[in-house]
Design a protein around this ligand. Sequence first.
Ligand code: ATP
Ligand code: MG
Length: 474
Amino acid sequence: MFTASTAVVLSSDHSHAVQIEGANFLNLLIVDDDRNIREACREVAQSLGFNTQVAESAEQAYRLLDGSSIDAVLLDLRMPGTGGLEALHAIKKHRADALVIVVTGYGTVKSAVEAMKDGAYDYVTKPFSMEELRLLLERVAGHLRLKTENRVLRETIKSRQGFGNIVGRAPEMEKLYRMIAKAGQSVHPVLIFGESGTGKELVAKSIHFSGMFRNKPFIPVDCGSLVPTLIESELFGHVRGAFTGATNPKDGLLAIAEGGTVFLDEIGELPVDLQAKLLRAIQEKEIRPVGSVKRIPIDVRILAATNRDLERAVAEGTFRRDLFFRLNVLTLRIVPLRDRRQDIPLLAAHFLERIGRDAGAEKSISDEALKALLNYDWPGNVRELENALERACALNSADEIQVRDLPTQLYSAPMGLITMSSPSNGIMPMSELEKQTILNALTQVNGDKMLAARLLGIGKTTLYRKLKEYRSQN
Ligand SMILES: Nc1ncnc2c1ncn2[C@@H]1O[C@H](COP(=O)(O)OP(=O)(O)OP(=O)(O)O)[C@@H](O)[C@H]1O
Ligand SMILES: [Mg+2]
């Protein structure tokens, strides 16, 4: 039998014990009526890194199980009072997920087997050596670690689905998910960088809807598509008669968001004088509607996005440094699709699934067409991919998309270069020529719409209008 003297042997040796990695998060409850055994086991377990508690009876064990978190129980099956399998059952009832290792006397393997059948994790017979106990506890720690890892994984997957359908498994995307989770729990401004169509708005929504303000409004403001006076009145509101046409007073979006999120899209396009006003609003947490002298307090979380190199804009003096720093508390960078091509098949499957669901028919893609998707450079990123697939499904009434259903630049052009695809009669409509010129310009300037408009010699608003047209055409 396991005696006091063997207990001394156990404890005298523990200085050689190597701690089990991760064991210090594990709580072991030792239940034995023999004090010497309790203490000996405790010493071994502690030397391995476990947090330990002891109980001298089953009843005391139940109280501990109810009151603290216990991952594993070392239970002597032979105790006065409640003992044996009855104690095992009761422990399982109190804490179903705890691992129970039963300790049985020599020659009572039968009860050990029964205990295993009844849900014990393992057993050990007395007398046991420190080495035996150590090996056993190592197994327990390994098992518990795996259980925890699985739980963490499950939670991550759960939260991933909560991230508003963001698809992608590239390492950069995994990093992005972690950042989104972090941003969701913060009140600080977030600046989201990414080329056109990389999913900036999707990410902003995910931050809001997975975060702590999800029950409050999410209000997007496109700073690029409005004329400056309109942006100002959109953001800050105006009083009646503030300017021609202001026949009714209007609340600013920064005030309407009330405890929620304002998403300032294309922040890089915000005119410099409005940048100053926005900075003041964020710093002082109040706004002044256009034409008013009164200030209104605001309580809003700011997310901003841009496809421009704002650092360069700061260096060039077109974007205020102080506003840049104010907005750039947390930075999220979304990698262009061409730099995470492994996500293309996933995204394609995701969009086809959605399109198919809407159309009530299963949609798939031929190997060759998928290859074309993988080889293309996607200057318009995920949005372009989504549009290409929608267009292909519209063109092809069959269920499998073929290469010929894809936009011509995907198979007639070397990586990313949009060539003039001429129809068989050699004549191309002016509108098509214009479209290709605009898209080509955008590709060459990496999606910088301001720069593209300048190079093309057209206004920014015209460019936005054209792009919108193309999107609806696709
Ligand atoms: N990782 C992704 N998973 C699933 N869908 C995505 C992903 N990224 C983008 N999308 C989809 O692509 C389209 C474009 O995304 P979004 O509007 O968020 O991009 P953006 O960066 O704001 O583009 P822009 O610069 O043109 O405003 C949307 O329909 C969006 O749902
Ligand atoms: Mg956007």
